[in-house]
Ligand binder design. Sequence first.
Ligand code: PLP
Length: 429
Amino acid sequence: MKNTIEYQIAEEKAGFRPRRGTIEQIFSLRLIGHDRSFLLADIGDIIERYQRWEHYLPRVKPYYAVKCNTEYPVLKILADLGVNFDCASQAEIMFILNMGVHPSRIVFANTIKPITSIRYAAEHGVELMTFDNEEELHKIKAVYPTSKLLLRIKPEGTLKVKVDLSKKFGCFSSESRDLLIAAKTFQLDVVGVSFHVGSGCEDPTVYCETIRVAREIFKTGIELGFKMNLLDIGGGFPGTDSDDVNFEETSSVINKALDTYFSDIMVNIIAEPGRYFVTSAFTLATCIIGKRTVKLHPKNKDGNIDRHTDIPLVEHIMYYVNEGVFQTFMYFVLLHAASDLTPFPLKDTESDALFESTLWGPSGANIDCILEEVLLPDMHCGDWIGFPNMGAYTSTLSTEFDGMMKPIVSFFCRENVWRSLHSNSAENK
Ligand code: PLP
């Protein structure tokens, strides 16, 4: 429990105090007197997920992927809990360093880095970075020859992931020997191997296969004279328990693979979880700003629209909310992941009857459609709709298209988690 106490103390020092209470209480307070969308973030959820990580993956040091959610309190809590950081850019590194995090706690996990950013990393002591091609080695040799390098490989086996990163990043294992030889020729310091199975991995066996291949590359690296001592197993960890695979299952596959392939060698293991830490902590509340009831041609049994004039039209409700695909919902459209969205009314409705509806965003764009053919109760302008599990790749992808604003974020902590933090710190005084 030491970490949670440190968190509380650091949080009080920083003057950051989340509201306390249940999500229902906080919602009812926040819904009054305005119609601007907001995200409610439960700090307790992040702390509990960290504790779960420590329990199930004690050998693996997490480096939180900053790209996923950059809200200051999220980064601060994670930093205070002892989590390190995966930064994809100079701006992310600056942000994390400005929080007072030591540069040794950062991995610059982008295999394609502008030379100016590599120089920035050199000037600020961020030593650890990834590469997957020879051109990158030329840049690194030129401005940061003493950096510590991780060779990023593509994941092995069949991928079942929400976001496949393997086309853009990573070398094939068959290319790894030549890249290690190139690094040796440049007198660069390769310290290990990294990979990313893809974000939202639904079949954890890919970790096992890739860890096996990583071990072979360690062997090659050691033969070539590198002191290989770091394995980075990337991201891919589930953000909610309702995802097709749960965290415990993923951890168990990883632990077994580490025992099988890495028990004969002293290595530090790190990972780059993003969505794992933040997805379930955030709930979006968005306000209905418009409603139209329209009549549409019905669909036939094949799901196609039936335009025969003798078939009666069906009623369909169009709700317009003040948050759209150019803001918090961007990710779900980019990845065709609308099925991950589970809207629910934030207040009890008069009747339990559900109606086929479409949810539109607020902008003038036709593509600003959040969900089609979703069953919702009859609601009205000024009513609020909630969306759970909105912490990952939501606020970081929001734009200001059509003059729309990013949602406000309010932080709260469930009373029981808050009390446990306080009682722990009192016990330790
Ligand atoms: N590390 C890198 C290099 C990434 O590109 C990403 C996501 O794209 C992450 C970590 C975070 O992974 P996840 O979304 O699976 O948590």
